[in-house]
Design a binder for this molecule. Structure first.
Ligand SMILES: Nc1nc2c(ncn2[C@@H]2O[C@H](COP(=O)(O)OP(=O)(O)OP(=O)(O)O)[C@@H](O)[C@H]2O)c(=O)[nH]1
Ligand SMILES: [Mg+2]
Length: 308
């Protein structure tokens, strides 16, 4: 018995989520994550999302301070009455475990706050990784009226690129000494100044960011564990949103994201259909004809697609 055979009132959940009911939001995100067969239904129920949420990726190496920064940002955003969603994607410190968002005490401050939704989700093992379930989870949070959705992901290689393509705004966290594994110098101001200098030098080399009207990523100094510099991060995020909207870049990014999502879904569906042909005679027959030299693989692929 799969999860999808159980009776679920998706439309009712979507309505409750739109009213901002935390349990409905949580349930929908779980369904999106664990029940791929329901994604279509959920997507349909959420079409009338507000489209207002600014998706902010918070990324960086393991242990760099993403959760601490996220928790601190929630607090400053809530002071301005901003509705906040948080998605911890593939958290290295799992939710159920101890170190939820780094600091359990601080997170508990938000446990009863109806203006904050916090969910973790695992994309490991999902076909398409981040691209499969996360966009839908973001749509749920958007539909629930979030103004800002913070997405915490460990930035190692591919994931960093992926989150940048999913988010409107990406904050990359760097700590001095991380590269050498010297955690002790984290809060060391000279070390941080050096990192900032290196970044500025790199930005100066990457000339395309200095074109008129372009966006030059601000370098913001913070000590998240002491709540220092968090206002500056919030201000930089808000400024980026203004820039995105003013230049039409927000719309362009959303359209690019929708295109990627549509393409991923179409590819997934094609792959499923091709996999089904493994069970019929079509694919084995084509394979035999390729080996026999009757067809080249390109012609065989055309025939395969025609059969799907
Ligand atoms: N000195 C210093 N320590 C920090 C700062 N931010 C976070 N920490 C500490 O660094 C450790 C890791 O912080 P987390 O916020 O859990 O880091 P993370 O990037 O979320 O870690 P993972 O999710 O496991 O990749 C914790 O002990 C924090 O208290 C900071 O700005 N300065
Ligand atoms: Mg973390």
């Amino acid at each position: 018995v799969t999860a999808s055979t159980r009776q679920v009132d998706v439309e009712g959940l979507a309505q409750r989520a739109r009213r901002g009911e935390p349990r409905a939001v949580a349930r929908l995100i779980s369904l999106v994550e664990n029940d791929p067969a329901r994604r279509r239904e959920i997507a349909r129920a959420l079409v009338a999302g507000s489209g207002n949420a600014q998706v902010v990726g918070v990324t960086g190496s393991p242990g760099v301070g993403k959760s601490t920064t996220t928790a601190a940002l929630i607090a400053t955003l809530r002071k301005d009455d901003v509705r906040v969603g948080v998605l911890a994607v593939d958290p290295s410190s799992p939710f159920s475990g101890g170190a939820l968002l780094g600091d359990r005490v601080r997170m508990q401050d938000h446990a009863n706050d109806p203006g904050v939704f916090i969910r973790s989700m695992a994309t490991r093992g999902h076909l398409g990784g981040l691209s499969a379930a996360v966009p839908q989870a973001l749509r749920v949070l958007d539909g629930a009226g979030c103004d800002v959705v913070l997405v915490e992901t460990v930035g190692v290689g591919q994931a960093e690129v992926e989150i940048a393509s999913l988010a409107d705004t990406t904050a990359v966290l760097l700590a001095p000494g991380m590269g050498d594994g010297i955690q002790a110098v984290k809060a060391d101001r000279d070390g941080a100044e050096q990192v900032a200098r290196d970044l500025r030098a790199m930005q100066a080399l990457g000339g395309r960011h200095s074109e008129p009207g372009g966006w030059r990523a601000p370098i913001v100094m913070s000590v998240a564990s002491r709540g220092e510099g968090i206002d500056d991060i919030q201000a930089a995020v808000a400024k980026h949103r203004d820039w995105l909207v003013r230049t039409g870049e927000m719309q362009r990014r959303r359209e690019a994201r929708a295109a990627a999502e549509v393409e991923a879904l179409a590819l997934e569906s094609t792959r499923t259909q091709i996999a089904a042909l493994h069970g019929s005679a079509a694919l084995p027959t084509l394979a035999r004809r390729v080996v026999a030299g009757e067809l080249d693989p390109f012609e065989a692929a055309d025939e395969l697609l025609a059969a799907t």
